[in-house]
Design a binder for this molecule. Structure first.
Ligand code: LLP
Length: 428
């Protein structure tokens, strides 16, 4: 669910008309609903209450400092994959003792920094990495907490570019090599085995692949606990969200009847019987499910163009602002800010100004007829939207605002041309 809805034919975010934000801050504009994020976090937290647990929000989904701060204030931990993410979390007031650090290519300086601030655990993805962490920890005269990421070799039934738990993926330690590495690890003085982690992919809409992966690693988790004293099992993130029909028109309470393919409740109810008997601490690393439906990207229609074979709605946002449709053929619902209750519909492509044919937000989409100057909201862009934005075509990254009730906060200014060149040397 989320807090975007039509009231008197105007799109609202919480208690604020979206049009008023657009008038104030311009377009393209990312808008987030704080309450939606809090609702999702609280719901997950409550469901996990029967277990000792820690939610580590996957920072990569949306790494704006204000969103990190919002989640830190709720008590969230963080799943990191770079020194930059660690820096952001610390800046936002996050607790390093609630941070895991994953990724196949941690650099020595990233490892050292994470050790110095005392993160909860490294998520180790290879033997060489384990040896590197061991060496650095010894140099600092500390023992580093490590968890093995096991590649369970299961298919996650999602887009090929976001599956991570199959043996052809670069992630995790191959299932067959784990036992031997447990042994090696136990002989190293600079590290101790604190946990086991799996993460099989993203935008997964059935519970079965999660269960399959957990079931597959359970014997190794038991061994890690009994023989090596591991204390936590981290089952990663990956819970999918609804992109189609992210909003319905005509009603404020539309979301009460919205079908979700995999609810947090279903997810937790299914995994609990498997993980509870372990008596270990459970970690989860949700990204998309916390913030995905909490954001929209608003864009203005620049031109309507009748091409040779198609009609194009050319908007002022582009693939540099939101790359998911171009990159993964991802579907995002698009609706006008002003609801047309009896709309004349037409089939169009919604495209941006970037010089690539893949710069599109929708292809052959049935949309209400719109004209230049009107605004469109692209839904469910709170996750992997701004965090994947770039300056391609020397376009300025959009502004971001967060709404909480009636309160509006500009949480990132629109970039300027000066920002664009600030890190390049003065021309002489
Ligand atoms: N933990 C690990 C180790 C991950 O690699 C990821 C996401 C997550 C947690 C969070 O997954 P989530 O709960 O958000 O599904 N850019 C793609 C998604 C890439 C996901 C990468 N890893 C997209 O826009 O669909």
């Amino acid at each position: 669910m989320h807090h975007f809805y039509y009231r008197d034919s105007e799109l609202y975010v919480e208690d604020v008309p979206v049009l008023s934000l657009v008038k104030e801050y311009g377009t393209p504009l990312y808008i987030y609903s704080a309450q939606t994020i809090i609702d999702h976090y609280t719901r997950f937290e409550t469901l996990l209450e029967p277990l000792d647990h820690l939610i580590c929000y996957a920072v990569k989904a949306n790494s704006n400092l204000w969103i990190l701060k919002l989640l830190a204030n709720q008590g969230s931990g963080f799943d990191l994959v770079s020194g930059g993410e660690l820096y952001r979390v610390l800046r936002a007031g996050g607790d390093p003792k609630k941070c895991t650090f994953a990724g196949v290519g941690k650099t020595r300086s990233e490892i050292e920094e994470a050790l110095r601030v005392g993160i909860y655990s490294f998520i180790v993805e290879s033997e060489e990495e384990l040896l590197t962490i061991d060496a650095i920890a010894k140099k600092l005269s500390i023992q580093a907490p490590v968890a093995f990421r096991i590649n369970p070799d299961v298919q996650a039934a999602t887009h090929a570019k976001i599956t991570t738990g199959s043996e052809v993926n670069k992630f995790g330690i191959a299932f067959s090599q784990v036992s031997e590495l447990f042994d090696k690890c136990s002989k190293l003085d600079g590290v101790f085995l604190k946990g086991i982690q799996i993460h099989i992919g993203s935008q997964i809409q059935q519970v079965e692949p999660f269960l399959q992966a957990i079931q597959k690693v359970l014997p190794l988790v038991e061994k890690a606990r009994q023989k090596y004293g591991a204390e936590f099992l981290d089952i990663g993130g990956g819970i999918g969200i609804v992109y189609e029909q992210a909003i319905e028109s005509g009603r404020e309470d539309w979301w009460k009847e919205r079908k979700e393919s995999l609810t947090l409740a279903q997810y937790v109810e299914s995994i609990l019987p498997l993980v509870k008997p372990l008596g270990m601490r459970l970690l989860v690393e949700p990204g998309r499910v916390l913030v995905g439906n909490a954001g929209i990207l608003v864009s203005q229609v620049l031109y309507v163009k009748k091409g040779g074979a198609k009609k194009f709605i050319i908007v002022d946002a582009a693939m540099n602002d939101l790359v998911r449709p171009a990159f993964y053929d991802a579907y995002h619902q698009i609706i006008p800010l002003r609801e047309q209750l009896d709309p004349r519909m037409e089939v169009v492509d919604v495209v941006g100004p970037v010089c690539e044919s893949s710069d599109c937000f929708a292809i052959d989409r049935l949309l209400p007829k719109v004209q230049a100057g009107e605004y469109l909201a692209i839904f469910s862009t709170g996750a992997y939207g701004f965090s994947m934005a770039s300056n391609y075509n020397s376009r300025l990254k959009p502004a971001e605002v967060m709404v909480s009730g009636k309160t509006v906060k500009l949480i990132r200014k629109r970039e300027s041309y000066q920002d664009l060149v600030a890190l390049e040397e003065e021309l002489t």
